[in-house]
Design a protein around this ligand. Structure first.
Ligand code: CA
Length: 443
């Protein structure tokens, strides 16, 4: 369990990068998340960077510009090659070593300031890439509030299926269509069958939705055939990101039986560019518990550490900016808020469950949490829930309404951790835009 804190978490710690000390920045010196980028408009190789205030520290440059202790230097040399997966595979100790070195080097009063100042790139000049290679992607369903609300729409008398409180429900998704924040994708076309129609037709989805999720990014692998026990599950997690699992509800409704979602989900998914490490999240942990009347987790999904601090307190927001808002210079409307800590299963339980049969996870594998709806109706994390399947459209501040997404809509996910006495850290943005279906575009 990654709950140990050290000098890098000191809320009083300040950076010589002034913007990192600004109130409300997502990237104070206590955060130090990893991303991959190149300078906008350049053809330079992708490099790994660490976000600090409104800048990125280019690790390709930083590796060679100043003297580092030997253990740090060898890790930075690996990072300088631009392959985050190779670093991720090393596990938590390598991360802690680099975190402590970068924290000291970026802190006020550091002797490295003069050399490292030349390794900073303004984030506005950085074209972000996916932070790592995502080999495999599995998606879970860990919000009992989401599962219950969606279940009610299909089965009003029996919303939650009997396995839900015993098994972390998941399915295997597709990694090829996952792109970094800023993604614009065509409205998908698929088989759709209206309830009163005799046969389906092939048409662009009219019930396109977002899903506010978080991504759990795997660091070190487990060997095939070797389950990861709960006590070690978080040793295999590199960090967390924001994740939007775009979903076509009309395609989903027709195709999902009996094997689950397929083309309704795999046309596009959007990931935020910064991987916030488990070390940065360490001060924001919360106990994990179950209502006394619910089944308690089976022993392989339980541990004292999980009960003590298995939940992660991440506050989440969904924003919409329509095309009309964009043209009017309007930043968008807040649609809903929720919190990862309200989920029914913890991140450690997802790793323990995913591997209990011997399935091997690899560096860069992505586990989606599933839609993170909270207990209150206004904490619904998809339009299907927020608008009761399109029947009660949300009214936007500029007079527009949305049952489902329209062409030109941009959805922006945000997330942050804040707690009294600690420095707030954030995840940046996960932003994606719906383009018209390909057949609908003007020639
Ligand atoms: Ca999903």
């Amino acid at each position: 369990m990654t709950t140990a804190t050290d000098e890098t978490h000191d809320p009083e710690l300040k950076s010589w990068v002034d913007s990192a000390n600004a109130e409300g920045t997502d990237f104070p010196i206590q955060n130090l998340p990893y991303g991959a980028f190149r300078r906008r408009g350049s053809g330079e190789p992708i490099r790994i960077g660490v976000a600090i205030g409104d800048q990125v520290l280019d690790l390709r440059l930083a590796s060679g510009r100043t003297a580092w202790p030997d253990d740090v230097a060898s890790l930075l040399t690996l990072l300088a090659e631009g392959d985050l997966n190779a670093f991720m595979a090393l596990g938590p100790q390598a991360r802690v070593t680099v975190r402590r070195a970068l924290s000291a080097a970026l802190a006020q009063g550091s002797a490295h300031e003069a050399q490292l100042a030349g390794c900073l790139v303004p984030q506005t000049d950085a074209a972000m890439n996916l932070p790592c290679r995502i080999g495999d992607y599995s998606d879970f369903y860990i919000s009992v509030h989401h599962a219950t609300t969606i279940g009610k729409q299909f089965r009003p008398d029996n919303p939650l299926l009997p396995n839900y409180k015993w098994v972390p429900i998941g399915y295997h998704g597709r990694a090829s269509s996952i792109q970094v924040s800023g993604q614009a994708f065509y409205r998908p076309t698929g088989q759709i069958k209206a309830p009163d129609a005799a046969a389906p037709t092939l048409a662009p989805s009219r019930r396109l939705d977002y899903e506010l999720e978080m991504g759990i990014v795997i660091g070190s692998a487990n060997a095939q055939g070797e389950p990861v026990p709960m006590e070690h599950a978080e040793d295999h997690i590199f960090g967390l990101t924001l994740f939007n699992d775009w979903s076509a509800r009309d395609i989903q409704g027709w195709e999902y039986q009996p094997l689950g979602p397929f083309l309704s989900k795999n046309f596009a998914s959007t990931l935020s560019p910064w991987l916030v490490t488990m070390e940065a999240l360490a001060p924001f942990r919360r106990g994990f518990s179950r209502p006394a009347d619910d089944p308690q987790p089976l022993p392989y999904l339980d541990s004292p550490q999980n009960r003590e601090g298995g939940a992660v307190d991440v506050e989440l927001e969904v924003w919409i900016q329509t095309e009309a808002m964009r043209q009017a210079g309007h930043a968008g409307d807040l649609l809903s808020t929720s919190n990862l800590a309200d989920a029914y299963w913890s991140v450690a339980q997802l790793v323990a469950h995913h591997t209990v049969n011997g399935c091997n996870l690899n560096p860069g594998d992505l586990l989606g949490t599933g839609t993170l709806s909270g207990p209150q109706p206004d904490q619904a994390a998809s339009l299907m829930e927020l608008t009761s399947n399109g029947k009660r459209p949300v009214k936007l501040s500029n007079g527009e309404e949305r049952g489902f997404l329209e062409d030109g809509d941009t959805i922006i996910l945000k997330g942050y951790c804040q707690r009294s006495g600690l420095r707030r850290i954030g995840f940046g943005e996960c932003r994606g835009t719906v383009l018209p279906a390909r057949g609908d575009r003007a020639a």
